[in-house]
Ligand binder design. Structure first.
Ligand code: FHN
Length: 468
């Protein structure tokens, strides 16, 4: 009896402690994400097979939307998917490329709007194992590789739009946005009457049934079968209901540390961070909420064979620095091919970004926004330490007279160096204006980081946009 009471008392002590450990505050959950600053988005699915061309025609718009833009019937699209066979898929090398580029997390499309699941699922036969020549789960080995290399893994999941699983919603796109289809008048009037759908097979169930039969069980599978999932990246709340969003949100308890974005259903489900797409917000648009800019390297998200319109590594590095200087994260997309390979242009860009990050990542990871907004010649990030503040000035436009003026800086300077090689720099203060003497030529043609350590906290000035 005494023993039983002792065990009960012990349990009463242990259970609350164990439970308390599981409830993380938002700041605790967001900590790694705020430190990471840089992640890889991957848009991959069977749309990488047509890669922008259907029936010999180039289809307008982004690659992953081909089914909707070209109004491909469900049976035809699913039949095409049988040939999907990414024999060169090597998740180990994908994760290594992300890591070497300086990225700390990966978010992959577990299911995009075409409803195709890249994972084993009991909820629908429309998945890589049951519907393709490849026949193997694509997310399992990726999860293993992420674990091996210490990269956080997140899943993108199209919770509302699903053009193949009956009952899923479909954002209405006019036929002309895909190609000059002679039947566009008939098709467009059909999609108008059918809430964006173009094939009767898409409406064999209600949206509520789709949520219960597909979305809820699949999200449960994703949050149960792949170890720690760092992010659930919802996308496009087209026709979402509060009821459906509540069901999906409640599944997040399966991963107590998970972070979610703001796209589950607006405005009642704000998630943990905002998601500006293809743009970097202006300072005046920021309200203190965490945010992450997602962006393509070229134009499309999902692979399109003819899209070679890539941004330069220089632009992407300056985007990363611009974003970090405003306190945000950068989620940069890669769209692998149907064989499971990253396009060569993306590989080259990642390698270039990695080279820069290798020498300068300290100016990015774990930093906070600039205390002063933007400079005409570059961007600033900062870290607060117990003794003072470290400021990182990334200089894009090297001053022709070799003098970097920082009138805003009023703190006593402890040291000033070039981050990449620790070369000491002279500084002077005249009438309260700080000048840093730089080498005549920019050591790094993309962005050279000047690291200045100062005493105390830096006084913030109201955020200002580029002064030029
Ligand atoms: O429709 C999608 C698009 O295909 C892509 O996935 C982007 C990425 O943020 N999200 C949607 C558009 O906002």
């Amino acid at each position: 009896m005494k023993k039983t009471i002792a065990v009960l008392i012990l349990l009463l002590i242990i259970i609350p402690v164990v439970c308390a450990q599981k409830v993380l505050t938002r700041d605790q959950r967001m900590q790694w994400w705020r430190e990471a600053r840089f992640g890889m988005f991957i848009h991959w699915g069977v749309y990488s097979l047509p890669a922008g061309t259907w029936d010999g025609r180039q289809i307008g718009g982004i690659g992953e939307w081909i089914m909707n833009r070209a109004k491909i019937p469900v049976a035809e699209y699913q039949s095409m998917a049988k040939q999907f066979n990414p024999v060169n898929y090597d998740p180990d090398s994908w994760v290594r490329m992300a890591k070497e580029a300086g990225m700390k997390y990966i978010v992959i499309t577990s299911k995009h709007h075409d409803g195709f699941a890249l994972f084993t699922t009991k909820a629908s036969k429309w998945n890589v194992v049951d519907a393709t020549a490849y026949g193997k789960d694509l997310l399992k080995p990726l999860a293993e590789a992420c674990k091996k290399y210490g990269i956080k893994l997140g899943f993108y999941y199209s919770q509302a739009q699903d053009w193949n699983n009956p009952g899923g919603s479909a954002a209405r796109k006019l036929t002309g946005e895909g190609w000059a289809n002679p039947d566009s008048v008939i098709i467009d009037s059909y999609t108008k009457e059918h809430n964006g759908h173009w094939d009767p097979a898409q409406e064999k169930k209600t949206f509520a049934q789709y949520i219960d039969d597909v979305a809820v069980p699949q999200v449960k599978e994703l949050l149960t079968n792949y170890g720690d999932i760092a992010v659930l990246w919802w996308d496009t709340p087209t026709n979402m209901t509060d009821d459906a969003a509540t069901k999906l949100q409640s599944l997040l308890k399966l991963q107590p540390a998970i972070i979610t974005n703001d796209r589950l259903k607006r405005p009642n489900f704000p998630g943990d961070h905002k998601t500006p797409e293809q743009k970097i917000p202006n300072l005046k648009d920021l309200d203190g909420t965490d945010w992450e800019t997602c962006m393509t390297m070229n134009v499309t998200w999902g692979y399109k064979i003819n899209d070679h319109n890539y941004k330069s590594p220089e632009t992407l590095i300056s985007n990363l620095l611009d974003i970090a200087s405003k306190g945000g994260n950068f989620l940069l997309n890669v769209g692998p091919t149907n064989l499971g390979e990253f396009p060569q242009e993306s590989i080259d860009i990642l390698a270039k970004m990695g080279q820069w990050m290798k020498a300068n990542s300290e100016a990015v990871y774990g930093t906070k926004a600039s205390p002063w907004g933007l400079f005409s010649w570059g961007r600033c990030t900062r870290k607060e330490t117990k003794d003072g503040t470290v400021l990182y000035f990334s200089v894009f436009d090297w001053p022709s007279d070799g003098k970097l003026e920082i009138p805003e800086l009023k703190n006593k300077i402890v040291s000033a160096v070039l981050l990449a090689n620790q070369t000491k720099l002279k500084t002077s203060v005249l009438k309260g204006n700080t000048t840093v003497v730089l080498p005549p030529k920019a050591p790094d043609p993309i962005a050279t980081v000047v690291k200045i350590t100062v005493k105390g906290k830096v006084e913030s000035k109201p955020a200002s946009e580029t002064k030029k």
